[in-house]
Design a protein around this ligand. Structure first.
Ligand SMILES: Nc1ncnc2c1ncn2[C@@H]1O[C@H](COP(=O)(O)OP(=O)(O)OP(=O)(O)O)[C@@H](O)[C@H]1O
Ligand SMILES: O=P(O)(O)OC[C@H]1O[C@H](OP(=O)(O)OP(=O)(O)O)[C@H](O)[C@@H]1O
Length: 229
């Protein structure tokens, strides 16, 4: 049996992951056309490449279908409530840096902090008869963060992409999303709450704590982790 290494199947995250392994003497290759999700590993024995969506890596690690996987801290913490029991962080990879933040329209001049938001959310509910909507795909993390902050008068609306556009589109009053350069927030006239940082994320190599590992796979895992030291 071989060790299964799950890696994002496209985009910047895939290219940078390939580059990172390359620098450790392990070559990941995508075979066939751009659309064929198959690949191989050379430079080390007994490891198979599994190409999949970054968003699916946490679930695959938790179910034990892959032994190792690369994805962002944000996706692991969001999708695996018991992540500390299900996965072990092997190495932060030094790219894919992004902050999960809360942002409101720039013209909300009286709202700069979570306390301001709490007051604005109560006023919003009194005026409109429904709770302020926060668009996000990070339901668990945002809910936990706002509970800790004592903010309760809100509802989450699901947004799986182009989240910053939901305010202009009037499907939400504010958003919680990841930002890296801040350009998307600026372009959509949004500002980050000064104490609205939910999580700092970066691409990370994880090991599944639940995957069953044969002796042969154990040897491959040791060879791989030794190489990554
Ligand atoms: N602009 C960015 N800068 C840095 N990192 C980012 C940026 N956008 C996303 N990421 C990170 O990349 C990872 C993948 O994010 P994304 O949400 O695109 O995954 P996904 O939805 O699974 O992708 P897919 O389109 O393959 O389904 C996340 O960990 C995220 O934090
Ligand atoms: O701070 P910035 O550098 O502008 O980056 C932030 C943007 O990057 C991500 O979107 P992505 O491009 O992955 O598309 P998505 O909206 O479909 O998730 C994220 O959701 C933000 O929209």
């Amino acid at each position: 049996m071989t060790l299964k290494l799950g890696v994002p199947s496209k985009g910047r995250l895939m290219e940078k992951t390939f580059g990172w392994f390359d620098r450790h003497g392990i070559t990941l290759t995508r075979s066939g056309s751009d659309r064929e999700y198959a690949g191989s590993v050379s430079g080390i024995d007994g490891v198979d490449l599994v190409l999949l969506s970054a968003g699916e890596v946490p679930r695959e690690l938790a179910s034990g279908r892959i032994h190792l996987g690369v994805t962002g801290t944000d996706l692991v913490h969001e999708k695996l409530p018991l992540w500390e029991q299900q996965v072990e962080e092997i190495a932060p990879l030094g790219f894919g840096h992004a902050d999960l933040i809360l942002a409101v329209p720039r013209f909300w001049v009286d709202v700069d902090t979570l306390d301001d938001l709490d007051a604005a959310a109560a006023a919003f509910r009194a005026r409109h008869g429904h709770r302020m909507r926060i668009a996000t795909k990070y339901h668990r993390l945002v809910h936990g963060f706002l509970r800790e902050a004592g903010v309760a008068d809100y509802q989450l609306v699901d947004s799986q992409g182009a989240t910053e556009g939901t305010v202009a589109n009037e499907t939400a009053e504010m958003i919680a999303d990841i930002t890296s350069t801040g350009e998307t927030l600026r372009a959509n006239h949004l500002k980050i709450l000064s104490d609205g940082l939910v999580l700092r994320s970066q691409a990370t190599l994880w090991r599944s704590r639940t995957a069953v590992v044969s002796d042969q796979e154990k040897a491959a895992l040791k060879a791989l982790t030794d190489r990554l030291q």
